[in-house]
Design a binder for this molecule. Structure first.
Ligand code: EPZ
Length: 430
């Protein structure tokens, strides 16, 4: 299956200010479908996933499943995953280099193949990203691993009847990895405490339970998994992407004119809506219809806020760069403290090049609101920073050229098509 190759030279050119109108439909969730795809290694039966976004990261995970022996067919937003049996327990460096979430195949592969060899993911521009919580949890499940030549090698020695794992930090990836692995350790009861509770984890648990797993404690910080001996195939629909939805909602608050966002789940974004309320941003939410209607902020007497990123249900770090753009235009002083990826501030210098007034003190951005931003040549460094800089370019006066922008295609499906549908113009230069 042809994978979506990213290059580092892509540029997006926009001329602002522009206005976003009409309707936009949120796609399936990147951060839900990736761990779900990794969990597909646990059965040889046919799985059909629905509402799968067409993203570079999904293509990378398809490459990984195929290198392990799966057959993956894609029909529009459906993935049909089949296999007779897994053939290979080794996952090469290339796909893991591109995407950290690939490491979550390590545990499931070890349980299915009794051993595995997976390249270790490196850090990325948002910070050092070790996998020690993953390996410590897997060790408790009887998976012995060692690091050699940049690879993690494992073998499964069998697990105790009851295993207790307390995570030092509610890591999303470690929680997903340990749950998925423990699911197929027959006869073992695993209790994980201090788990992450992101909606993507609830979706993974729903998916695994629908395959015949026995997992309880969804939406809580303590998850219990009673290992089963077999999981069956199914059809499953992935949840909408709350970070894509939150990004377009913030865009709507800055350049919207009755912009209507569809497939937006209020419960998954409560913290964003309460932040909008604190700031004084108006919007119309229809929880049943899952729609949000939002327009550009008109009144200048908006409130400054003090924000802190935290694990769910706290303010998501994946919306921190985007909300920084909004706060950079609210008169007075606002602050954002980043507690998850302490150096996730690569977008700040670029916003200041556009006329924002933001300074950093340790892991806190102190934002002095300005009247407007002006277009400039800027550079993106990671997925969410790219989205934030695109929003800034669409509202700034004049031309903005965002280089190194291809990160954005890792997390925003059909970007140009969706922008055009909202009446927005951008030019992509390869
Ligand atoms: C997931 O990353 C998301 N990725 C990230 O979204 C998101 O920013 C992050 O959770 C936090 O919400 C996917 O779901 C694919 P963590 P993950 O393990 O699982 C430290 C995006 O933009 N840590 O919760 O890698 C780690 O360094 C991406 O879509 C350890 O120290 O995040 C970080 O500081 C970016 N050791 C903190 O915990 C470990 O073994 C949280 O990381 C694991 C994590």
């Amino acid at each position: 299956m042809e994978s979506l190759e990213l290059n580092t030279s892509g540029k997006i050119v926009v001329n602002g200010p522009q206005t976003a109108k009409g309707d936009i439909y949120i796609s399936g969730s990147k951060n839900a479908v990736l761990p779900i795809m990794a969990a597909c290694l646990l059965t040889d039966e046919k799985i059909t996933l629905d509402n799968v976004p067409d993203l570079a990261d999904v293509s990378t995970m398809i490459d990984i499943l195929e290198s392990a022996g799966k057959v993956v067919d894609r029909i529009e937003d459906k993935l049909i995953i089949t296999s007779t049996s897994l053939e290979d327990f080794e996952i090469p460096y290339e796909p893991v280099r591109k995407m950290r979430a690939s490491f979550n195949v390590f545990g499931p592969l070890t349980i299915k193949m009794k051993k595995a060899k997976v390249a270790l993911p490196g850090g990325c521009s948002i910070g050092v990203r070790p996998v020690n919580f993953h390996l410590e949890g897997l060790k408790k499940l009887g998976i012995e691993s060692k690091i050699e030549h940049g690879f993690a090698l494992s073998k499964f020695n069998g697990a105790e009847k009851e295993v207790n794992i307390s995570l030092k930090f509610p890591s999303v990836g470690a929680t997903e990895h340990i749950i998925t692995t423990a699911t197929l350790i027959y006869g073992t009861k695993t209790i994980i405490s201090n788990c992450a509770m992101e909606p993507e984890i609830s979706d993974l648990i729903d998916f695994l339970n629908a395959m015949g797993a026995d997992i309880i404690g969804k939406n809580t910080s303590t998850i219990t998994i009673n290992g089963v001996d077999k999981l069956h195939g199914l059809n499953y629909r992935v949840i909408p992407d709350r970070i894509e939805a939150g990004t377009y909602a913030i865009m709507g608050a800055l350049i919207g004119d009755n912009l209507t966002i569809h497939n937006i789940c209020y419960d998954d974004l409560r913290i964003l809506f309460s932040t909008f309320d604190d700031i004084g941003i108006n919007y119309e939410l229809n929880k049943e219809e899952k729609t949000l209607k939002i327009s550009k902020i008109k009144n200048n007497n908006l409130n400054n806020v003090i924000l802190k990123t935290e694990p769910y249900p706290g303010f998501p770090t994946d919306l921190q760069p985007q909300i920084s753009v909004l706060l950079s235009l609210i008169k007075g002083k606002s602050t954002i403290t980043e507690t998850i990826f302490k150096s996730r501030f690569n977008h700040i210098d670029e916003l200041n090049r556009m006329g924002a007034n933001i300074r950093l003190e340790d892991n806190t951005a102190i934002i002095d609101g300005v009247d407007k931003l002006t277009g400039a040549p800027i550079e993106a460094t990671d997925l969410r920073a790219s989205a934030a800089l695109l929003i800034a370019g669409l509202l700034a006066e004049g031309e903005t050229i965002i280089s190194n922008v291809d990160h954005i295609f890792r997390g925003y499906e059909k970007l140009e098509e969706k922008l055009n549908k909202m009446g927005l113009k951008m030019t992509y230069i390869d």
